[in-house]
Design a protein around this ligand. Structure first.
Ligand code: ATP
Ligand code: MG
Length: 465
């Protein structure tokens, strides 16, 4: 599909001047002059502009050729690893909502999608704020009023996701009353993940007990009580100290009481309906439990989609028909507050799974979106494959350095902000307002300042103050 609209017609002329003037020219950028559009996240330049989601508008005046006010799109044809950084309240969760709106099935067709084939997503909702994606903003809600005014200015209509499923762990606050119960199957947790959860090395006495127990239970549909029974049976442990067995039993028993585990718990396959947005409201869980759930999901996703794509490739190689079992070709895993799920300074269950996910995900059709307010606290190896960055306002130099290190193109050398010359990129990042960010990708010669569009669905993260 090609762009046909005239500039300004599609989303209104929201931005015609800017306090930001960037001195560095934009030597390379995917610009489509028809309708004034800029495409991020795609290497190819051809006339096919399908699978683009609308991100917002270019907010910088640029020395030389300027693209101020042009519409910014993100390509969703190929898998991405997207990294969103910014301080509290800078617009990270808002961006996650913008991206999920762009890839999902919407209740009514919207200009925020340029011929998008809906993509299945799973949101690790660490603040329990994304259930509102299923609802349009309403005039009666004071927090939504400003959003509705903004939408009008941008020539956009309120909308909602057509197919959301919200999950909540047992015993945690629910928002809708229709949430599905989120429990995980003990058999889906690997020995090293149990060890990370229980704070033990795999090659420790307690690690040995876990590994042996899982081996003995094999592929049966076991409960934590079955693990406890096996550990309690003296005959199974002729050479292992009681103290190690007791220590691990106390911790496992604690997990049994949380009800987070069940042999009948969810299979990740259950999330994989074409085009569905699965929202996991995890706010009240301990951080290590959020991490464990993320680990199980990430690992199962690349197992399931990896197998699916291998079968597809083999069928195509031998020119045989491919019989799909309904597994979608593409999935986006979206993680808010990613430093909580995979911190750099401690062992966490999600770390290994996410490192593997980003390394092997692309071939399996898997995208990852990570948002964090503490870029310096997120495990670095997970960021090795980042190809798109949204850099919002940051304050601390260590966080700015960590965020800038991952921008997949050049940063900016000189920018004028309201008449003041800034020559340090950190200072440029410090002056941004909520909803403004530097968008970086490999197709542009440097990072570009963008105003993120308003959300078309209700945003759940408005400050109550
Ligand atoms: N693109 C935008 N357009 C309009 N308002 C925005 C935009 N992005 C963010 N905001 C405003 O900023 C507020 C904070 O945004 P958001 O909840 O995304 O912050 P955050 O970076 O996720 O913060 P935290 O780290 O506290 O979770 C929003 O409630 C909204 O009022
Ligand atoms: Mg947030």
């Amino acid at each position: 599909m090609s762009f046909s609209s005239k500039p300004g017609e599609r989303f209104g002329t929201v931005i015609d001047k800017s306090p930001y003037t960037v001195e560095d020219p934009l030597v390379k950028i995917q610009y489509v002059s028809k309708g004034q559009n800029v495409v991020f996240g795609r290497a190819l330049k051809d006339e096919d502009y399908s699978n683009l989601l609308y991100v917002g508008k270019i907010l910088e005046t640029t020395k030389g050729r300027s693209y101020l006010g042009a519409d910014a799109w993100l390509d969703t044809t190929f898998p991405h690893v997207i990294y969103i950084t910014g301080t509290r309240g800078s617009g990270k969760s808002f961006d996650l909502g913008v991206l999920v709106e762009g890839i999902s099935k919407l209740t009514t067709p919207s200009s925020i999608q340029n011929d998008v084939k809906p993509i299945t997503s799973i949101i690790i909702d660490t603040q329990s704020q994304f259930w509102t994606l299923g609802y349009a903003p309403r005039q009666a809600i004071p927090a939504n009023k400003a959003q509705l005014d903004e939408l009008k200015r941008w020539n956009l209509a309120p909308n909602s996701l057509a197919d959301t499923k919200v999950y909540a762990p047992p015993g945690t606050t629910t928002f809708l009353g229709t949430e599905k119960v989120l429990q995980i199957r003990p058999k889906d947790v690997k020995a090293e993940e149990w060890c990370a959860l229980l704070g033990q090395e795999v090659y420790s006495p307690q690690g040995h007990i876990i590994t042996t127990t899982l081996e003995a239970l094999g592929d049966t549909d076991y409960e934590i009580t079955d693990m406890l029974d096996y550990i309690a049976n003296d005959a199974n442990w002729p050479t292992v100290a009681d103290s190690s067995r007791n220590a691990i039993s106390y911790k496992l028993d604690d997990y049994r009481r949380t009800n987070l585990f069940s042999a009948n718990g969810l299979r990740v396959k259950d999330f994989l309906e074409e085009g569905t947005c699965n929202i996991l409201t995890l706010r009240e869980l301990r951080n290590e439990d959020k991490s464990l759930i993320t680990a199980v999901i990430a690992r199962s996703l690349f197992d399931i989609l990896g197998r699916h794509h291998n079968k597809k490739k083999t069928a195509s190689f031998f020119q045989k028909p491919f019989e799909s079992d309904g597994t979608p070709d593409r999935v986006w895993l979206v993680i808010d507050e990613a430093h909580v799920v995979a911190p750099s300074d401690q062992i966490s269950p999600a770390r290994g799974a996410l490192v593997e996910y980003v390394k092997r995900g692309r071939d399996a059709g898997l995208s990852l979106v990570l948002a964090t307010q503490q870029p310096s606290a997120l495990d670095d190896r997970i960021l090795s494959q980042v190809n798109v960055t949204f850099s919002h306002r940051l304050s601390f130099q260590s966080d700015i350095n960590a965020a800038v290190n991952r921008i997949p193109t050049k940063s900016i050398g000189a920018m004028k902000f309201s008449g003041t010359n800034l020559t340090d990129f950190g200072d440029m990042v410090r002056v941004l307002d909520a909803g403004q960010c530097f968008l970086g990708d490999q197709a542009s010669s440097r990072t570009v300042l963008v105003q993120i569009r308003p959300r078309v669905t209700a945003h759940g993260g408005y400050s109550p103050f």
